[in-house]
Ligand binder design. Sequence first.
Ligand code: MG
Length: 377
Amino acid sequence: MNRRNFLRTSFLGTALAISPISFSAFGEPTRTAARPGCLNLSFQPYELKLRHAFNLAKNKRTTTPGVQVRLEYDGLIGYGEASMPPYLGESVESVTAFLSRLDLGQFSDPFRIEDIHAYMDSVAPDNRAAKASVDIALHDLLGKIMGQPWYKIWGLNPDNTPNTSYTISYQSDPAEMQKEIDECRPFRVVKVKMGVGHDKEIVEALRRSSDVPICVDANQGWSEKEHALEMCHWLAERGCLFVEQPMPKEMVDETAWLRERSPLPLVADEFLQRLPDVQRAHGVYDAINIKLMKSTGMHEAYKMAVLARALGMKVMLGCMTETSCAVTAAAQLSPMVDWADLDGNLLISNDRFDGLHIVDGKVVLPDRPGIGVELLG
Ligand code: MG
């Protein structure tokens, strides 16, 4: 039995009812009206539990709200996910409200990706994570229909996947800090969160036991351009590859000033969300950080990567704190990027999917159709 027939058989009869196996641990999902031969959407909240508290420049948190999504069509199921870190302004309430408004049952052809995105954008302008959850599930579904993973559909070579960085953040307890440093040993690049007032301490703590290359995410934490420049020089002398979002996203002129002087490339993260922002970032930053929860999913993320390349910019692929569902979906793009920060699934203790693996620090894509994930348990 080939994979598609297996999937069909496994999920036969689920077009009108949600499999109790899939979502049983998370209560009854919300579903929109199911119609045979059409796209049927269901979803439910799922709180992601962090293995270590995240100490960011502007807040600290131990959980991240999420919503898990299923899209059914013709006996096949696509999985998707929305993850909503607080700074992006989406919540379980806003995502489920948006998804409840969607009538995807009007689409009898799931390959109408452009139409489906145009429809979602017509329902409400923002809601990027909510749209991403549908987009990811749609890509998973389409890949299963075609029997191919998306990196193959996009013509990408899976041998060209990058190393991924692993994120550590400052911990006031030295033992906790050492624990974070120990956990990053298998990785070839370590991402350091800065902008919290302990910027040099964290690098010095790491450098006492490791010479692994680092990249720095200031999370908009440096508001003085002279200080940002001094930090860039200091970091360049300590094995840093690039600095992500050094200054507040509104400080465009100051960031362009910094870019002209910085010995390290600057990467736009909070500055940039969707495709039109890539052009805006050109000349201000050297690279863009694409994340599915900002770009409304894989469809626009691919276009952003292509545009950035055409503009001569470098491309970084990031993620939020997510299960392996959204991280593996993003990883399908990874053979075409310069840098990857795909550790979101490793930062949580309650992943519900198997997907990408990290071997010797490098992204290894699963040989499965769609986004390449399987439900655990
Ligand atoms: Mg960032």
